[in-house]
Write a protein that binds this ligand. Structure first.
Ligand SMILES: [Zn+2]
Length: 137
């Protein structure tokens, strides 16, 4: 599913990124083989890498602390906003949706009570226990 990149950002972070973008602190935007690289001089100088495949973002990298915690930071947002202005079409994320499959499992009565005990012991429903078991195969 293709979504606007903004949807993956925390609104507060997006706001800060927008401020950075407006203040023009994004510099040295370069085209790289993986996509784009830019610097954001917001207090400290951070380097942002935008890895893309076509218009789809594959990976975002930033040298700041917020990004180290696996988050999307204001610097990334500022660079993405800059890119959206320059590129013919805005960048997007392609979110992989979990496929839902309905499976009917028929258990003999003896099996049923065994699964029931296992589910009770694990504190989960029989359905989720069987679903987890099916996932392994
Ligand atoms: Zn950052």
């Amino acid at each position: 599913m293709i979504i606007a990149w903004q949807k993956e950002f925390d609104p507060a972070v997006l706001d800060l990124g927008f401020t950075d973008y407006q203040e023009g602190v994004v510099t040295g935007l370069k085209k790289r083989t993986y996509g784009f690289q830019a610097s954001v001089a917001q207090g400290k100088l951070e380097t942002v890498e935008i890895h893309v495949k076509g218009a789809v973002i594959e990976k975002l990298v930033c040298t700041c602390d917020a990004a180290k915690k696996d988050g999307y930071c204001r610097h990334m947002a500022a660079v993405l906003l800059t890119l959206d202005e320059m590129l013919p079409s805005p960048l997007t994320f392609d979110i992989v949706e979990e496929e839902t499959v309905n499976v009917t499992v028929t258990l003999p009565k003896s099996e049923w009570s065994r699964w029931q005990k296992l589910a009770q012991a694990a504190g989960v429903t029989i359905e989720s226990l069987i679903a987890a078991e099916l996932k392994k195969h």
